[in-house]
Ligand binder design. Structure first.
Ligand SMILES: [Fe+2]
Length: 452
């Protein structure tokens, strides 16, 4: 089996290339965009081929990925062959390259040439009759380029049922309906697979190129990628850069928890359901925390990056044990009394449980467990504070206010989201609830961000 390393920061392109190359060459795909890890992989694992994007933006920094790779490989005794995606020039090291907007067949052909794969070997990599593609990919499609099937498994074996006809128009709600019914992938006939991949790839690549030229399409990319309505993003007033930063931070968190099966599966469950309340609320919280961070004197440069990383973990893991929307909307011990015994035990202890879970994973940014413990204002991680105090970390204070704000935003009717009057009603509630200066300061900052 081949080992391919793909260095690319765009999750969607990575997904498509992983699926395409994995299927076509029966290859094991390693993906990475952090160069310390790339160096480690090249030194410790046997890599048959590296595919690298010419350059990409990461945490608002321009990373010259292909150039960095060439320098790394130059130091190796025998480096793997390299295919660069996008225009690139480099003297002193051999590589193959493809244009910015390449077709999947061009990549396949280049891989075959570079690895000198024979027609006989290609015969071995036979695709199954139906090939799966994760359902999230279909949010980017407005009409079906081919027939889509779902797989039914019964005692008689597996069957594929056609659900969407070629050329049929698709809207977001249709896909969400399947997603809510726990459909994780659609299937297409193997002969349609390259066409479908190309269809999706061209859209993603075009956006990468466009973003390189202008920042205008950042909104477009991110609202699609994360399934958050643009109205919500506009309502909370965070900037395009912040959304990009929040997305990069989420992507990096996803990578970082790969080492823990437990954390990985819990996070995956949360992120795979963008229409859920938990997802939307946590995403809004993390985006707001990214926007607030530079205003909070939490440091600058690397220090600020670290705080943002911390807040992203905090946002997505603090309520990880609570599955029901109604339980995520509980903010007092009084409300807990209305629950059955088992649920009330869970709700009262969810902060403590999540803190212990996160503490068990060594790659979590330091201090997140303590923040999670304090996210309902208590220092013990049990229950809800009757009165807010300043005995907790300043970051936990900011989080408490941000979470309540996100709660109110999600309770709004979508038509009201851009109404300044309606948003002022929310801020008045927040001012009434949070009277201590350190809490009030956060309300003021949120107001400035949202109503300007
Ligand atoms: Fe909570």
């Amino acid at each position: 089996m081949y080992n391919f390393l793909i260095i690319e920061s765009d999750e969607r392109v990575l997904d498509l290339l992983t699926q395409g190359l994995g299927n076509e060459f029966d290859a094991n795909i390693i993906t990475e965009f952090d160069f310390d890890s790339v160096e480690q992989i090249l030194n410790t694992e046997s890599v048959d081929l590296v595919i690298v994007r010419n350059s990409f933006e990461l945490n608002m920094r321009d990373i010259q990925a292909a150039k960095l790779l060439m320098n790394l490989v130059y130091d190796l005794e025998k480096g793997p062959p390299i295919i660069v995606l996008g225009e690139f020039e480099f003297v002193g090291q051999h590589f193959d390259s493809l244009p910015d907007r390449f077709r999947i067949e061009e990549l396949y052909r280049t891989v075959i040439k570079v690895l000198e794969i024979t027609p006989e070997q290609i015969q071995h990599f036979k695709l199954p009759d139906y090939v799966s593609l994760a359902i999230e990919n279909f949010f980017l499609i407005d009409h079906a380029p081919c027939d889509f099937y779902i797989k039914i498994v019964s005692v008689d074996g597996e069957r594929f049922l056609k659900r969407i006809n070629s050329q049929e128009s698709i809207d977001r709600e249709v896909i969400e309906k399947y997603q809510n019914n726990r459909v994780r992938s659609f299937y297409v006939k193997k002969e349609d697979h390259p066409n479908l991949l190309n269809h999706l790839l061209q859209q993603s690549l075009e956006k990468i190129v466009k973003v390189g030229q202008s920042s205008k399409s950042i909104h477009e990319i991110n609202s699609e990628t994360y399934g958050i309505s643009q109205n919500l993003i506009d309502a909370i007033g965070v900037t395009e850069h912040t959304i990009r930063l929040a997305n990069a931070s989420i992507a990096s968190m996803v990578k970082s928890v790969r080492g823990s099966r437990n954390l990985k599966s819990m996070l995956e469950e949360l992120l795979s359901n963008p229409s859920s309340y938990a997802y939307k609320r946590n995403y809004l919280i993390s985006a707001l925390c990214c926007e607030l961070a530079p205003l909070m004197e939490w440091g600058s440069g690397d220090q600020l990056d670290l705080q943002i990383e911390k807040m992203t973990f905090f946002s997505f893991f603090h309520d990880i044990f609570i599955k029901e929307e109604q339980h995520l909307k509980i903010f007092s011990n009084q409300q807990v009394k209305e629950l059955d015994l088992q649920t009330s035990e869970l709700v009262l202890n969810h902060a403590n449980k999540a803190a212990s879970l996160i503490q068990s994973f060594p790659r979590t940014p330091g201090g997140v467990d303590l923040l999670i413990k304090q996210h309902h204002g208590t220092t013990s991680g049990v229950g809800f504070a009757q009165n807010f105090t300043t005995n907790i970390s300043p970051m936990a204070i900011a989080f408490i206010v941000v979470e309540k704000y996100a709660y109110h935003i999600l309770e709004m009717k979508s038509d009201d989201l851009l109404s300044s009057d309606k948003k002022m009603e929310i801020f008045n509630k927040l001012y009434a609830e949070f009277s201590l200066p350190s809490y009030r300061k956060i309300v003021e900052s949120l107001e400035k961000i949202s109503i300007s």
